[in-house]
Write a protein that binds this ligand. Sequence first.
Ligand code: FES
Length: 200
Amino acid sequence: MEKAHKLEMNSPGGRDPVLGRAGEHAGSEGKDHKCDCAEAYREIDRVIQAHKGEKDSLIEVLHYVQERLGYIPKDVQVRIAQTLGVSLTEVYGVVSFYNAFSEKPKGKHVISCCQGTACYVRGAPDVLARLEKELGIKAGDTTEDGLFSLEVVRCLGACGLAPVITVGAETHGRMTPDKVPVILEKVKRGGGEIEKVAGS
Ligand code: FES
């Protein structure tokens, strides 16, 4: 799932110097798509401009964009780098390092599958393989319908329940591959939060 957004940043004539063409930009995979979130981008630009030259504000600005858009598009990363005075490499490094940041729009339900040592030795690779199979995506991707995003993490802080996944705020411990379709079905049916099955 990849969306791009109308951009009307505070540039002369509404033309964005980074993006070249006013009112549109391509997603990180280069597809042209449009949506009506110009106001969000104007707000983002105001926040970025408010931190002009403040290299130490990088994390704060990234958090704002992530919160506002649900991800941090490449073109916004360029804008942040140019305005705050940090290198694009540094911005990209921070975005890709922290799980809190994403370069792609995330699905309604984000599934984190732990592949840390405790989980790995208790069968986490099989759980991940089943998740990928049931969802029809690879780790790092989002389903076409935008319902699920799947990501791999190194520890969820619940090693005693290994192997562990989280679906949104819910933790599911002692996972097995066969529990995967059951949990996914509950999420789809409920369309929202599901009961906690940690340790079940
Ligand atoms: S290693 Fe998986 S929860 Fe810690």
